[in-house]
Design a protein around this ligand. Sequence first.
Ligand code: MRU
Length: 360
Amino acid sequence: MTGSVLSRIPLPVSWTEDGSAIRLLDQTLLPGEERYLRLETVEAVAEAIRSLRVRGAPAIGIAAAFGLAIGVMRRVEAGEPDLPDGMEKDRKHLLSTRPTAVNLAWALERVAGAFFRAEEGPQARVAAVTEEANRVAEEDRELCRLMGEHGLDVIPEEGASILTHCNAGALATGGMGTALAPIYAATARGIPVKVFADETRPLLQGARLTSWELSRAGVEVTVITDSMAGALMKAGGVNLVITGTDRVAANGDVANKIGTYGVAVLAREHGIPFYVASPRSTFDPRAKSGAEIPIEERDGGEIRGEGERRIVPPEVQVWNPAFDVTPAHLVTAFITDGGILRPPYDVAIARLLESDAPSG
Ligand code: MRU
């Protein structure tokens, strides 16, 4: 049933029909144009990740997994003698594209692991990395579905009005999204849900992408500028917040799109529950707290203006961190593929990561 709600939203990353290249929706062009790119090299995939043609933690992981597989394919076609060395170079190249989403390193580790476990012949290596990359994508679809199911527990049967920040929907994953998954699951069951999408300066993932996919799926959505969230809460316009995340530390601190922290503070002030939807692939037990999560800083040009339109005088400095960290104490609960996690988060997260992962 959820499938029919989602049938009009394209997969952000897939193989081309002949399996020789990656088909990638260029999200920088949405909502104006729905254009698919054919990516044939590791460099092209790295560029697509760096420039946010594909974005959102799980989708970045899937693109990188496919990209590493493409790299092995190309090296085998070229008859390269030292495949392990070439694969390591490609892995590092892809890893360097964006630092915050832990799904990138996680997915690359999985595909590299499959490469080293495979039998030595080149064709066996290609088959192993391709299969593992496909598994990463298929499992993500299932993780999203499960987050949708579990997330229903936090959505009121009547009058649900949900604020979200950035895009943590189908466009950011291999399935129905993370933060948007419970919204799609509710819609599929006939539970009425209204969504407010923060526009999400500076790259406008909320205004451009969240609104696009929700309206395509028939979900009522209203876009607000980031600075309107407090006024909306004060006016009683939302009864819960759900965001996605790029990395959750072992203690429950959450890195997500810049502005998420402000939304969490506002939600606490107004007594509104603040939920974070996260698949197990986005928890990073190696980071003890948010202080250990690397925060990407992007080019100031993203703030200075768009196209011909200049907003900031050229002589003035700008600061452009792409993410911020919301401390665990502001998170009401995590919506995960393994259920709803409540404090103490160190215990709940460790238990989730010890449990068996669902297969795709
Ligand atoms: O810079 P982006 O667009 O990749 O940032 C995306 C986000 O912050 C999402 O909320 C997060 O990756 C979760 S996506 C399911």
